[in-house]
Design a protein around this ligand. Structure first.
Ligand SMILES: [Zn+2]
Length: 455
């Protein structure tokens, strides 16, 4: 089957140019002026940008988080993703107590198999580091898994790793191909805040319980360890201007990248001061100084925009005693908002915005995941994951998820319309709706090995 996408403006190596895209057998076959090309199927992209499929590098679905089970399954999470141009959803497999990581992966596979509408890539979150656990990690790295997530906080949840541990893992697993994703909030800085000095019935106190200084200190320590061990370090969900600036400088001294999230770009800590401010609780918390933070992102300072999507049912999010905000479900959805919020950074210059999405939602996450030989750009030989994006569609409210959950972006709207989304060459979305909602077509990806197809 040959498919030709004509008349669009395509993102090529950071530039936007008039170009046709030819797809054959699920792969991109040619990009450029293809007036002579013939195809079985032609899609008109007049007035649209043609971009590589997006990747959300950081999401949580179908998992237990503290007291609550997340509202989004693989099915619903990948549905809202694909409708919004996200053709690869990255999510986490977290080793449970008394469980091996391979057993956790088998558990996740049972949930994802046959239910995922877009491709799925797992980041692995090891939580136990006995000799057998380390051997399992080495086996998984040899099998092609690349991205490991570690936390500098959350001791009570059993997922904390000390700096000493992080350094050991950098030294042991880095040379075997591991890339590290680190949640940077220093646990000692957080422990030094006296909760008795705060009114924990006010969600705004979250900003004081988990201060910017905790993020900054953890980033400094993790970067120093990364330099010492020459490890590839990606810092997740950076919220503070100071932390982001340290990371921008840190790139000169090692393999360093970072992501920030829609909520840190367009929401600020004032949302936590509302009567229902607990609905905007996430960690790290929303911050002040957003204009300067946005400016850094506009200038290309953040490598990746990802959501940290973590949707809770409304009744779960509202289930707290109004006395201690630490009992509140921690996280917010964002999948359906991601490309729309990223676009807003440059909306006065649509070509710049389209190129920005291609860089920060496609190319950079694909590289960080080790998927650049298969995804992330409009190049012959890569998977034909394609977005035909109309920037001037009807104005619509943002919908971060399709399941019942509090919407973090009330009053925000977007004119982006996903005229077509192709997953490995097949059109799966027309005008921001799935063509075949009852038939998931996603595959499970392993970066350095062959994919294991679900379908
Ligand atoms: Zn997360």
């Amino acid at each position: 089957m040959r498919t030709l996408i004509r008349n669009g403006r395509a993102a090529l190596d950071g530039r936007i140019e008039a170009a046709d895209v030819l797809v054959e057998d699920g792969l991109i076959a040619a990009v450029g002026q293809l007036a002579e090309a013939t195809a079985d199927r032609t899609l008109d992209a007049a007035g649209c940008y043609v971009l590589p499929g997006f990747m959300d590098f950081h999401t949580h679905v179908d998992d237990q988080i503290g007291r609550f089970y997340l509202a989004d399954t693989y099915e619903s999470g990948t549905r809202v993703a694909l409708q919004n141009g996200i053709t690869t959803l990255c999510t986490f497999v977290t080793q449970g107590p008394d469980e091996s990581l391979p057993a956790a992966m088998a558990r996740a596979r049972a949930k994802a198999e046959g239910t995922s509408h877009c491709d799925v890539l797992w980041h692995l979150t090891p939580t136990s580091f006995e000799p057998a656990d380390l051997r399992a990690l080495e086996t998984l790295l040899a099998a092609g898994y690349r991205t490991l997530k570690l936390y500098t906080t959350y001791k009570a949840a059993g997922i904390f790793a000390s700096y000493e541990r992080i350094g050991q893992l950098f030294g042991l697993l880095g040379p075997q191909g591991a890339r590290f994703m680190i949640h940077c909030e220093d646990d000692e800085v957080i422990a030094s805040v006296d909760p008795a000095s705060l009114d924990l019935g006010r969600p705004f106190s979250h900003t004081r319980l988990r201060p910017e200084a905790a993020e900054v200190v953890a980033i400094q320590k993790v970067l120093a360890l990364g330099r010492a061990h020459r490890a590839a370090v990606h810092v997740v969900h950076v919220s503070s201007l100071e932390g982001a600036e340290i990371l921008v400088r840190g790139r000169a001294q090692g393999d360093v990248s970072f992501e920030t999230c829609p909520q840190y770009l367009v929401l600020d800590e004032d949302w936590l001061a509302r009567q229902d401010g607990h609905r905007w609780l996430c960690s790290p918390p929303l911050r002040s100084q957003r204009e300067a933070f946005r400016e850094l992102a506009r200038a290309g300072g953040a490598d990746i925009f990802a959501t940290d999507h973590c949707a809770f049912r409304p009744e779960d999010k509202d289930d707290w005693d109004r006395r201690d905000l630490r009992t509140c479900a921690n996280g917010m959805p964002g999948l359906g908002a991601l490309p729309h919020v990223a676009w807003k950074l440059w909306e006065d210059d649509p070509d710049r915005a389209a190129a920005g999405l291609a860089t920060h939602l496609s190319l950079n996450p694909a590289r960080r995941a080790g998927l650049e030989a298969r995804k992330g750009a409009l190049k012959p030989g890569l998977d034909a994951d394609l977005v035909v994006l109309d920037p001037a569609g009807p104005d619509r409210p943002l919908g971060s998820t399709l399941v019942p959950a509090h919407e973090p972006y009330p009053g925000f709207s977007s004119r982006l319309n996903f005229r077509h989304v192709l997953l490995r060459g097949e059109p799966r979305v027309r005008d921001s709706r799935l063509l075949d909602p009852l038939q998931p077509h996603g595959a499970l990806l392993q970066p350095a090995a062959t994919s294991l197809s679900f379908t």
